[in-house]
Design a protein around this ligand. Sequence first.
Ligand SMILES: Nc1ncnc2c1ncn2[C@@H]1O[C@H](COP(=O)(O)OP(=O)(O)OP(=O)(O)O)[C@@H](O)[C@H]1O
Ligand SMILES: [Mg+2]
Length: 299
Amino acid sequence: MKAPISSTRDAIAVTAVTLAAFLAASVLDLQEHIARLTQPFERFQADELPVTLVVLSLALLWFAWRRRRQVAAAERALADALAENRRLSQRVLLAQEDERRNLARELHDELGQCLNAIKLDATAIRNDPRALPREVLESAQSIVEVSGRVYDVARGLMQRLRPVALDELGLADALRHLAGEWGRRNAGVECAVELRGELGGLSEQVNITLYRVVQECLTNVTRHARASSVGIALERANGELRLCVRDDGTGLAREAHGGVGLAGLRERVAALDGRLDVLPGSPCGVEIRASIPIAGRQR
Ligand SMILES: Nc1ncnc2c1ncn2[C@@H]1O[C@H](COP(=O)(O)OP(=O)(O)OP(=O)(O)O)[C@@H](O)[C@H]1O
Ligand SMILES: [Mg+2]
């Protein structure tokens, strides 16, 4: 980003140049020379030029002052629009999380209960003491198995829609749980979690943002990195939360990609006035860093 232009420095430069011009003109008797030079062109009113130029300078000064005020007003409007944008993003994300929570609840309460009932009925048929035909028993057994599998899929969906662990365990344990589950599904990849500082009592939005960042980073490692180890570090210090997820995989591909995962994370973090950086890991892999200020925010 460019350094802001310093008005004081510019004012000093203008004053210095003006004084230098005055001194030089005094030493050289410039006005007298100009008067002599313009004498033959008196009929063109050339000797009136200095006053005209002074007026032009004053007019330009006024012009610059007006533009400066306009720029300042435009900057204020832009800052307001950005703040409004951030507020809107926050509300959209909160509404989205709310909707996800409702969906997860519906899935659990409706689909989960129905599947359970189907499974219980099929189990009852399978275990019926009367001698039922073999095909009926096989069908019942198959229904028990399929309903179990569908329930597992629904549970996975519920978990993705709304991390129950976050509500039940709090951020620190939910992250450990998430990493543990991920490690179980990605055998062969070492996954270490390091948490420092007081992580209890953070706002719902901060919790869900950090959780989603870690979740997406781990998904990306599975999908893109071919890593052998992943490290998740989260610390709270100096009024901010710093999260770092690094892996030792193949690193970022050179060509741009139109994924929405990282862009979505950036938006989530920016909505909390934070920033998210995607960096090449050292010596290899990818490092995702997020920092979220919490000083002054409802914790
Ligand atoms: N840990 C990683 N290692 C290597 N490349 C990565 C890693 N994380 C992200 N990338 C690269 O960055 C790109 C963008 O990631 P992003 O999460 O935004 O999209 P995606 O994972 O491809 O798709 P989705 O929108 O489903 O998340 C990926 O396509 C991948 O090339
Ligand atoms: Mg992704």
